[in-house]
Design a protein around this ligand. Structure first.
Ligand SMILES: Cc1ncc(COP(=O)(O)O)c(C=O)c1O
Length: 406
């Protein structure tokens, strides 16, 4: 037999999958678990979006789409970028429809990086990026984020320590999984200036943009509001300066905003030459998202947005459940955005991996040891708010019980 590619040694299954393995084993032994693990919105996809897909299927729209994406969906993306992100985007040559942000990130890295090029990834961060970088032969390099009180930040010193002559691109993720930071305008200005100075591409994963909490009231910001005083608002780095815009791929998807994880639909926005390059890669990898799914995407972006506001309010209510729940030997780092909270269990004196295992085994509650996302998260557990309020409440009871017994 010929051997498999040596590159496989640098690819890893997602951290969630590793925990799911343990969960299945526990369930096979008859354990009833409460899971606060996954970043999978528990809401059904809004009915008008489902109806648009059904309608497209009935109309026989089941053939190849244009590989760049349906023109009407690209126009809907451009209109949304204007409305919500303050960016004027040409639907003709600056939008690429993808099969989700996972594919969006992959085609961007493959289009921009050669073998041996380095890609800066904040650490801690969503664990799938590193393997995707490695899959194209590029090298993931961590930028060590610092915890500033209850918030993680990317400092200029950390960026300077990570960059080298081989660095080609820098990823940012705002709102940031798993730490919940929403990067502020000034932080993005500094990151953008660094990228310009070092002549790097910027990959900006903004898939949690619709889930941002108000700093003062913990209620939700309407998705398209401007920065007001001390409140938190999602800002797209590419909107801040033409020199950022010309080097940025904005990566987004329908998965989180519209509870469409299983539809596999997303979009990248970038200048025309980069969009053309990413299209060339996408053509080799998938030829685009399913045609009827793209019609559902038009309904999502161009249709009523109250479904998004409703989901936002529900996430905020779940976040409030945490805010009002004090747990033995633990305290919360509540998110500014996204649907993950962090629970600091360092006062237990045990590694967070051991605490997560103990909670699974002895309290029947599934949480993620956040240190798998980076050493700066040692001592923290990641708690998902993408489950019903009842599940959050049941999970909190089990967490309290488990931490008491620890
Ligand atoms: C930061 C981040 N980017 C990308 C993804 C994947 O998104 P998609 O479903 O659009 O592929 C996730 C999924 O959890 C994520 O957390």
């Amino acid at each position: 037999m010929p051997s498999l590619s040596p590159r496989l040694a640098r690819l890893h299954p997602s951290a969630v999958n590793r925990v799911l393995h343990k969960v299945r084993a526990a369930e096979a032994q008859g354990k009833q678990l409460v899971s606060l693990l996954r970043g999978e919105p528990n809401f059904p996809t809004p009915p008008h979006i489902v109806a648009a897909a059904q309608d497209a299927l009935r109309r026989g729209l089941t053939h190849y789409p244009p590989n760049q994406g349906l023109p009407e969906l690209r126009r809907a993306v451009a209109a949304k970028m204007q409305r919500c992100n303050g960016m004027t985007v040409d639907a003709e040559d600056e939008v690429l429809i993808t099969d989700g942000a996972t594919m969006g990130f992959y085609v961007a890295v493959a289009a921009l990086c050669d073998v041996g090029d380095e890609v800066l990834l904040p650490e801690p961060v969503y664990d799938c990026y590193a393997s995707q970088v490695a899959a194209v032969g590029a090298v993931p390099v961590p930028v060590r984020a610092e915890r500033d009180g209850k918030r993680f930040v990317l400092t200029r010193a950390a960026l300077d320590a990570a960059v080298s002559a081989k660095t080609k691109a820098l990823l940012i993720n705002t709102p940031w999984n798993p730490v919940g930071t929403v990067l502020r305008r000034e932080e993005l200005q500094a990151i953008g200036a660094f990228a310009v100075e070092r002549d790097l591409f910027i990959l900006s994963d903004e898939i949690y943009e619709a889930i941002v909490y108000d700093k003062c009231s913990a209620g939700f910001q309407p998705a398209c509001r401007q920065d007001v005083g001390d409140t938190v608002q999602h800002v797209s780095i590419a909107s801040l300066h033409p020199s950022f815009r010309e080097r940025t791929v904005t990566i987004n998807s329908f998965s989180k905003t519209y509870a469409m994880t299983g539809w596999r639909l997303g979009y990248n926005v970038a200048p025309p030459d980069i969009t053309r390059a990413m299209l060339l890669v996408l053509q080799q990898a998938s030829r685009g998202a399913a045609t009827f799914v793209q019609h559902a995407g038009v309904a999502a972006l161009a249709g009523p947005q109250d479904c998004v506001a409703e989901m936002q309010r529900e996430y905020a209510a779940r976040r409030q459940l945490l805010a009002h729940c004090s747990l033995p030997t633990a305290h919360w780092l509540l998110p500014e955005g996204g649907f993950f909270a962090l629970l600091d269990v360092s006062a237990t004196g045990r590694p967070s991996a051991a605490v997560a295992d103990f909670l699974l085994e002895h309290a029947g509650v599934v949480v993620m040891d956040a240190s798998v996302y980076g050493a700066a998260c040692e001592g923290l557990l990641r708690i998902s708010l993408a489950v019903s309020r009842e599940t959050v409440a049941a999970g909190l009871e089990r967490l309290a019980e488990g931490l008491r017994r620890l």
